[in-house]
Ligand binder design. Structure first.
Ligand SMILES: [Zn+2]
Length: 261
């Protein structure tokens, strides 16, 4: 990605919004900043470019049209426990308060203790979005969005409001939401040879339902289980939300979980 000093063979350029990106063949031993592209023999230039665009955008939310259109964030804050770190970009008008930063730092420290902080491989940024949307599962204002493809947890204005967290009143909505959204990084991870999503669905007895279920916000769920096992209504949405809501309960109010689980 960086400008190459050496004479590696250029194979083309692509444009992602305002960025001209030079594609060149990596040489043996190149590691830093190298994005691997696997292409079929005889792939066309169009295929190369669309594949490269997808791979380059993965984890680089700042190249996404949605974020680039917002311009520069109002604040950039580095948080660390000395080993793991998160960079927070605030796109909201309101500066983040010291108390809110303390709460975020607390969540960072909690997740650093879970499986040696493996979640920080998935979550590297916190983005405070200035636009409030609705959650199509709960039908309520959206609190946040997980790190899917972006390495960033997004928090919406509602997450920073003084409202009760869905799972517990033992922590602020900011802490509960951040913990929930960071947990969205776990389901795709492999533990002992099996994807955590599959481990959880088996454990709780989640299965694909015969009938499509309409959630309170209008989204359709194809999943069902013994819903009495779920910590709240939102956890009944699907296995992923169940994982994330259960994590919040496990961390902050474990009495809410079925002791059998
Ligand atoms: Zn969620």
């Amino acid at each position: 990605m960086e400008k190459e000093e050496t004479t590696s063979e250029q194979v083309g350029t692509i444009r992602i919004l305002n960025h001209e990106i030079i594609l060149s063949k990596a040489k043996e031993g190149d590691n830093e900043g190298v994005i691997e592209l696997f292409l079929n023999e005889g792939a066309t230039e169009d295929q190369l470019i669309s594949h490269a665009t997808r791979e380059i955008e993965k984890g680089r939310w700042w190249l996404w049209e949605y974020w680039e259109k917002k311009g520069l964030p109002k604040e950039q804050i580095e948080l660390t426990d000395g080993i793991h770190s998160l960079t927070l970009y605030n796109f909201q008008e309101m500066p983040i308060s010291d108390l809110q930063l303390e709460k975020i730092q607390g969540i960072l420290q909690v997740f650093a203790t879970i499986k040696e902080g493996i979640i920080f491989d998935e979550v590297k940024y916190i983005l405070l979005d200035d636009v409030q949307g609705m959650n199509d599962k709960s039908g309520e204002p959206t609190n946040g969005y997980g790190p899917a493809n972006s390495n960033a947890v997004t928090l919406y204005p509602n997450a920073l409001r003084d409202v009760r967290n869905r799972v517990t009143d033992k922590v602020t909505n900011l802490e509960g939401t951040l913990a929930h959204e960071m947990t969205h990084g776990f389901p795709g991870m492999i533990f002992e040879g099996e994807m955590f999503f599959n481990i959880w669905t088996k454990l709780i007895g989640w299965r694909i339902s015969e009938e499509r279920r309409v959630l309170p916000g209008g989204a359709i769920s194809i999943w069902e289980t013994d819903f009495s096992k779920c910590v709240n209504e939102y956890a009944q949405s699907d296995p992923e939300e169940d994982i994330c809501e259960s994590m919040v309960a496990r961390l902050f109010e474990p009495g809410k979980l079925d002791p059998k689980d």
